[in-house]
Design a protein around this ligand. Structure first.
Ligand SMILES: NC(=O)c1ccc[n+]([C@@H]2O[C@H](COP(=O)([O-])OP(=O)(O)OC[C@H]3O[C@@H](n4cnc5c(N)ncnc54)[C@H](OP(=O)(O)O)[C@@H]3O)[C@@H](O)[C@H]2O)c1
Length: 304
């Protein structure tokens, strides 16, 4: 199987390069070799490789910067995925794409299902939703995995920011009134690969193209996420307990940001479980795994 992967340098893409290997030949591209701000240039790349599966992990993920760059965000998050969908449709290839909890406004009191009406609060969510709609409208075979609060050992993310800020500050003020499921990038790549494996032995009629929620299980706030990050970092020796700051829970309005975020980001994974038999692990298991990996890296670089 020929697999074309975009966004191979990102958090999820980097993990996919490894997890997709057993499925076939992985042709992995990142910016600038593949430039999603120039959607039409992607056609030749797809045609040159003629993949059976296109996996798109590229995106404009800077939620606040997107408010100042709506055109760029639209090109990367909506128009380029639309071109990939057209190209997939031409050859009956499967397009695997990722989307976000930020398509919702967060006013629902419990977990969002795929049936719930999106209502994004900002440019990032709006452009990601436009990407989802363009893919669905193309009629190509597709899977859109909506995920949330992605973190991993590689790339920029909340976990790494908190570890950096924790080292040397007396206190850390963290938002405690937004709830969601932190999701490990490795787990996302592994679950994506498991779905592709499952599809290869399923009847085409046993699954439907469309949106599937794919997040770690469990719920926390950014404050709860931070507490677990720091506890695990101390336990594994990545941080010294003596330097760990006092954690102070705050409300969203006490930490104003350019883009509004949903207060409830929790997504139900029921459809993923029922269709593909895949259960996602708890978010804190992924925190442990990432801190473990970062500790190992630190020990290795000290030894060199
Ligand atoms: N991060 C989250 O918290 C989160 C939450 C929900 C959903 N998601 C979704 O999950 C998917 C994977 O996200 P991630 O966390 O892995 O994102 P990421 O780490 O920001 O990676 C995004 C990738 O896209 C690439 N990219 C940016 N601009 C590009 C352009 N003009 N042309 C081509 N590639 C470009 C980046 O390259 P450079 O590194 O060179 O910029 C990077 O390799 C995305 O669809 C995202 O919307 C993420």
């Amino acid at each position: 199987m020929n697999i074309l992967l975009f966004g191979s340098g990102g958090q999820v893409g980097w993990e996919l390069v490894r997890t997709l290997q057993p499925l076939g030949s992985v042709h992995a591209y990142d910016f600038p070799a593949a430039d999603f701000s120039r959607p039409e240039t992607l056609r030749q790349m797809v045609r040159g490789i003629n993949p059976q599966v296109i996996v798109n992990a590229a995106a404009h993920t800077a939620v606040d910067r997107a408010e100042d760059e709506p055109e760029l965000s639209q090109l990367i998050n909506a128009e380029s995925p639309a071109v990939l969908a057209e190209e997939a449709g031409r050859t009956n290839a499967l397009l695997v794409h990722y989307s976000t909890d930020y398509v919702f406004d967060g006013t629902k009191p419990d977990a969002y299902s795929e049936e719930d009406e999106p209502n994004p609060l900002g440019v990032y969510g709006r452009t990601k939703l436009a990407g989802e709609k363009a893919i669905a409208a193309s009629g190509c075979r597709h899977l859109i995995f909506r995920t949330s609060w992605v973190f991993g050992a590689r790339g920029q993310n909340f976990l790494k920011t908190m570890l950096r800020l924790a080292d040397g500050r007396p206190e850390l003020r963290v938002i405690d009134d937004q709830h969601g499921a932190p999701t490990g990038s490795r787990m996302l790549a592994e679950a994506t690969t498991a779905v592709l494996n499952r599809i290869s032995v399923m009847q085409e009629s046993a699954w439907n193209a469309g949106v599937y929620h794919m997040t770690c299980s469990g719920v926390t706030s950014w404050f709860g996420f931070t507490r677990t990050i720091l506890e695990e970092a101390c336990r594994l020796g990545l941080l010294k307990e003596a330097v760990v700051p006092k954690l102070i829970p705050i409300a969203t309005h006490e930490y104003p940001l350019k883009a509004a975020r949903p207060a409830n980001s929790v997504l139900s994974n029921e459809k993923l479980r029922k269709t593909f038999g895949i259960s996602m692990p708890a978010w804190d298991v992924c925190v442990r795994q990432v801190i473990d990996e970062l500790t190992l890296h630190t020990e290795q670089s000290r030894a060199e």
